[in-house]
Write a protein that binds this ligand. Sequence first.
Ligand SMILES: Cc1cc2nc3c(=O)[nH]c(=O)nc-3n(C[C@H](O)[C@H](O)[C@H](O)COP(=O)(O)OP(=O)(O)OC[C@H]3O[C@@H](n4cnc5c(N)ncnc54)[C@H](O)[C@@H]3O)c2cc1C
Length: 383
Amino acid sequence: MSYKLPDEKDLEAMIGIVGKSYATNNKAITASYLAKSVMGLESQIPDIVVRPKYTEEIRKILIYCTAEKIPVSPVSAGLSGGFACPTIRPGGVLLDLSRMDRIIEIDTENRYAIVEPGVTNGALWAYMHKNYPDWAPPIADGAPPAATVVGDAIDRGFSLYTSSVGPQGDNFMCAEVVFPNGDVIRTGSWALPTAKPFYKYGLGPDIWSFLMGSQGALGVFTKVAVKIFPHPKFKTVVAWGMSNPYDMQNLTLEVGKQEFGVAHNTVMVQGGNYPLVMARWPKDKVPHDYEFYKEIGVSPWWMNWECWAQTQEELDYVVNRINNMAEDFKKNRAQDGEAMKPWELHPKQIASRMKKPNKIAIPYSFWEAGFLFIMERNSLFMN
Ligand SMILES: Cc1cc2nc3c(=O)[nH]c(=O)nc-3n(C[C@H](O)[C@H](O)[C@H](O)COP(=O)(O)OP(=O)(O)OC[C@H]3O[C@@H](n4cnc5c(N)ncnc54)[C@H](O)[C@@H]3O)c2cc1C
């Protein structure tokens, strides 16, 4: 397929749609959108940057670019893939959606929030924390607060309670999407004229799942309805140390099989090896050999279970159950039971883990250590 490189006439067309302040081919500005190349994709400076505010503007941009054969890359915050969302050859129009930043509706009865693509994890978390403290949106646990809710859904990331409710893509109910020919559709229950966006599977095929992972290649999301979850007040972190990754993994899988009553309360389950413990420190200031970690009581491998519960009694039950299961595993099935021990975390360490957005993956991304997330009880995700 042949593409056209946008020229001055095309820039004028974009300005005609969004206004002079929001479309440019100024090199200083377009070059500022150049991202780090990732996974073999060579990053490219876009030819024109356009910053729409409304769905109707996006509709007109896509109709124009399709007719002119100009490639379009939508970007919500551009932070996916490790500080980068590269525009790839042949460049074209980069649609910066950060001006579409409205939180449109919170419905606690039907349990969703409707947001535009520019709504960041940090903004939605802060808004809910202030106005709906009994509810929590499934923001990414470790991502930069400046990454967006929509971007993380499309990337099918993992949220702060992924181990309990599954990957981000599953938490999204309905969307408004503009296709390259200008058609605007609403998916799921939202496709029905007066229905609310509470249910992903409406009439006909499941369009949401079809669009997931298309990374902007099939259409532009202009609104999404994301599930919100009741936010219990009783929380803690249970941690165990061990000498090897097999004991870490196998104990975690056993706990995960306590589907009802325990695993649903373990909202974020993550573990790794000792270098990750000090990952918030500058890399060149921390000794790399294990002796340093041994002295401060850190096991070579460890697993964290972040537990949320409705009452102190329920929380105590979950914590005791995990500890009892770990003791039993240590005695009867571990490869190196001797080395397994509960890791008593300082209240400050627990408080730091509970703080959201947690931003843990930011320092981790600078390290070479392994990292294990549990995505919905029995599926593992290695970073
Ligand atoms: C240090 C670091 C830590 C991270 N930790 C986590 C973590 O703990 N959990 C997690 O889940 N993720 C994590 N991520 C990944 C990151 O958070 C997500 O990929 C991010 O949320 C994407 O949001 P974004 O707004 O930056 O998306 P973008 O980079 O803007 O977009 C993501 C993709 O979707 C496309 N796209 C964007 N908006 C639209 C739209 N409106 N319509 C159609 N297509 C669109 C883009 O073209 C791109 O391909 C981390 C990233 C970094 C850099």
